[in-house]
Design a protein around this ligand. Structure first.
Ligand code: CMP
Length: 139
């Protein structure tokens, strides 16, 4: 089925001017950018977005990292977009990520891992609505 997923190009990647290279990998895999904006997140926004990780030991570090530089928020659309996006990103830990994936090529560590993608249809719906209004999605 055609799905939409929320993608974030993270601060380690925007800082190193890798935005275009990362978007190219999604496009080459057949995903289409149907919404896009570059923003500076606040701690409140990043904390709410990652609310499910609030009790994790890395939560403070995660929020601090996500507000350290601008991020690029995008909605990607395509056949099986949620799984395809995660396949193109590769494993969370760059040491475990497959050849050719975004995290293998660009990520610095488990935390500074260049990209985020929704992990389920429910998460995608919540995460897209968190950052975008319906009017901003142009398929
Ligand atoms: P993401 O897909 O954005 O969702 C949660 C994030 O937490 C994850 O990517 C990682 O960047 C981050 N994360 C997961 N494990 C660790 C860890 N051990 N240390 C720091 N950050 C982590």
């Amino acid at each position: 089925a055609v799905e939409r997923t929320l993608s974030i190009i993270k601060p380690d990647a925007t800082k190193r001017n890798l935005t275009g290279k990362i978007i190219a990998k999604f496009e080459e895999a057949g995903l289409r950018v149907v919404a896009s904006k570059r923003v500076q997140l606040t701690a409140a926004q990043a904390g709410e977005f990652y609310g499910e990780h609030k009790e994790r030991p890395f939560f403070g570090e995660l929020v601090a990292f996500m507000i350290s530089e601008p991020v690029v928020l995008q909605v990607l659309e395509g056949e099986n977009a949620i799984a395809k996006n995660r396949e193109v990103m590769g494993a969370t830990d760059p040491a475990q990520a497959a050849e050719g994936t975004i995290r293998k090529e660009f990520a610095l560590s488990k935390g500074e891992n260049s990209a985020h993608g929704s992990d389920s249809p429910e998460a995608a719906a919540r995460e897209i609505a968190f950052f975008f209004s319906g009017l901003e999605l142009v398929g």
